[in-house]
Design a protein around this ligand. Structure first.
Ligand SMILES: Nc1ncnc2c1ncn2[C@@H]1O[C@H](COP(=O)(O)OP(=O)(O)OP(=O)(O)O)[C@@H](O)[C@H]1O
Length: 222
């Protein structure tokens, strides 16, 4: 069964539809890449998957108890942001009724810090981390709660190539252990390198999807 089944949805702000009659599925272990020009509606689709925007028509059916980890597009952290990387990652575990982490949660936190290669710098203030380290911390925060689906919204946009590959290679390791990934990007090379399937939103509200080897070549600037 699919984790998420998007069935013929229309999404709009006010009267003007941004997305019309969109259908797609996200299955276990997918690395679905969503591409489309600025303003095509990618973030709008993400908002609907997160339950922040209700479809005006159609429906989104999610697997029961589906947990979604989300790494948003922008986060402007000042250099004096005080939390350590470890504490920042742990914020996503602070949802229980206890105001502290249980020993099982500490264990989980240690593990994700290790798995995202942050052990050596976990005690450093996040505000002082490099761009690549910050992105790994955002990833760790999204994954510490053990989601089945990870949404990465342009997470590689500010990174150089080496860092992009490092981050996405890490994501692939989690994907190989059953995580499903929805990766929003403007980068065709990354889409082709990492994606298993694509969903392309077109300017007129239309869309196309398919296996990644059928992603049409990019025409014009990326
Ligand atoms: N809160 C809002 N209220 C009204 N219109 C909005 C709102 N958010 C987005 N829009 C409009 O919806 C359209 C789609 O925006 P969206 O941010 O989903 O596109 P996108 O594909 O994510 O773009 P980008 O690649 O630039 O991030 C745009 O025309 C945008 O101006």
């Amino acid at each position: 069964m699919s984790l998420v089944s998007v069935d013929d949805i229309t999404l709009s702000y006010g009267d003007q539809p941004v997305i019309q009659d969109l259908s797609f599925e996200i299955n276990k272990g997918d690395f679905l890449v969503m591409v489309g020009e600025n303003g095509a509606g990618k973030t709008t689709v993400v908002r609907s998957l997160l339950g922040e925007l209700k479809p005006r028509e159609g429906e989104i059916i999610k697997q029961r108890h589906l947990k979604i980890g989300y790494v948003p597009q922008f986060r402007n952290l000042p250099t004096n942001y005080p939390l350590s990387i470890r504490d920042f990652v742990g914020l996503n575990l602070m949802q229980s009724h206890l105001p502290w982490l249980t020993s099982a949660e500490h264990h989980r936190l240690d593990r994700i810090i290790r798995e995202t290669n942050l052990s050596k710098i976990a005690g450093r203030p996040l505000g002082l981390a490099s761009g690549g380290e910050k992105q790994r911390a955002y990833l760790a925060q999204a994954l510490v709660d053990r989601p089945q689906l990870l949404i990465l919204d342009e997470s590689t946009a500010s990174l150089d190539n080496e860092m992009k590959y490092e981050l996405l290679d890490l994501v692939v390791k989690f994907q190989q252990n059953g995580l499903s990934v929805l990766f929003i990007t403007h980068d065709w090379d990354l889409a082709k390198r990492y994606g298993s399937r694509y969903l392309q939103l077109l300017p007129n509200g239309a869309y196309q999807e398919g296996p990644i080897n059928e992603l049409p070549s990019l025409i014009g600037p990326s």
